[in-house]
Design a protein around this ligand. Structure first.
Ligand SMILES: Cc1cc2nc3c(=O)[nH]c(=O)nc-3n(C[C@H](O)[C@H](O)[C@H](O)COP(=O)(O)O)c2cc1C
Length: 257
């Protein structure tokens, strides 16, 4: 088992970075179990989540192909974090006939369960850091949920959210940009973001990311950060269509939000 790095909790949190270059090493079940247990130790709501450890190398290759991500192949652990109203339903059915899962919609439970799964993921990330491992969240869990459901033969009401990669760090990136504290921490009310705030944020982000060569290194993009964001967050007709499909699939799977 790897030695737990001796650092303060705050130090670990502040120095964590997303890692996109891993050295391929094996992770033992003992370490993985502690990391997942750390995830479970996050504040709990409905525990409507499941974590699928994608361990079989053929399965890892299939997920890597499906997500068009080579990084996946070098991770020491590939975890698919899912919303799981399947297990919750088994529990509720044994205690009442009139549970909320029978309603036409339950947006609060869906949103709070996504929030809860996020806490679990962050705890697993920080536990990985404590072991000296790096990690990366991949959103392809959700974007490719339909194909992942098929690949892993997931039952109804189990919905992939994110992939969490954990592995031996093969890079040590600098801090990435965040909005200033003054923008995100509001006191006794809400302070509207101004155009100056936006310009300041974009300028800071551009400076930080260009000094790392971030966009070129990871996205092979030669423009500015603002141009990159505009490109990535476009709401084109194609995006609209694929989101309609995604929404329909999520509802069919049992996410009644
Ligand atoms: C919900 C979520 C989804 C993410 N999806 C991806 C992804 O698909 N690919 C990726 O490279 N990074 C992904 N990330 C990581 C972010 O890009 C990363 O956290 C951000 O650039 C800030 O960098 P840092 O984590 O090093 O501070 C995701 C992060 C979150 C919270």
């Amino acid at each position: 088992m790897k030695r737990i790095v001796e650092q303060s909790t705050i130090g670990l949190i502040l120095s964590r970075r997303s890692i996109r270059r891993f050295r391929k090493t094996e992770m033992g079940e003992d370490v993985l179990s502690v990391i997942v247990e750390a995830g479970q130790s996050a504040p709990a709501y409905l525990q409507a989540y499941s974590i699928i450890w994608i361990r079989d190398p053929k399965m890892v290759d299939a997920v890597s192909e499906l997500c068009e991500s080579e990084i996946i192949k070098n991770a020491s652990a590939v975890l698919l974090v899912c919303l799981d109203f399947n297990r919750l339903s088994a529990l509720l059915q044994t205690i009442t006939t009139e549970h909320f899962l029978k309603l036409d919609s339950y947006p609060a439970e869906v949103l709070l369960s996504v929030f809860e799964a996020g806490l679990v993921v962050e705890n697993m990330i920080m536990a990985s850091e404590a072991y000296g491992y790096g990690s990366l969240i991949l959103d392809c869990g959700l974007y490719e949920c339909e194909r992942l459901v098929d690949l892993l033969k997931l039952p109804q009401s189990v919905v992939p959210l994110v992939l969490l990669l954990i592995g031996e760090k093969d890079e040590s990136p600098p801090p990435r940009p965040r909005w200033g504290l003054k923008n995100i921490l509001h006191v006794d009310g809400y302070k509207q973001t101004t155009s100056v705030d936006v310009s300041e944020y974009l300028a800071k982000a551009e400076k930080t990311l260009s000094s790392e060569g971030y966009l070129m290194k990871y996205a092979n993009f030669s423009g500015t950060y603002a141009e990159y964001l505009a490109e990535r967050l476009k709401g084109t007709k194609d995006v609209k269509q694929s989101y309609e499909q995604l929404s329909a699939f999520l509802r069919k799977r049992g996410l009644k939000f």
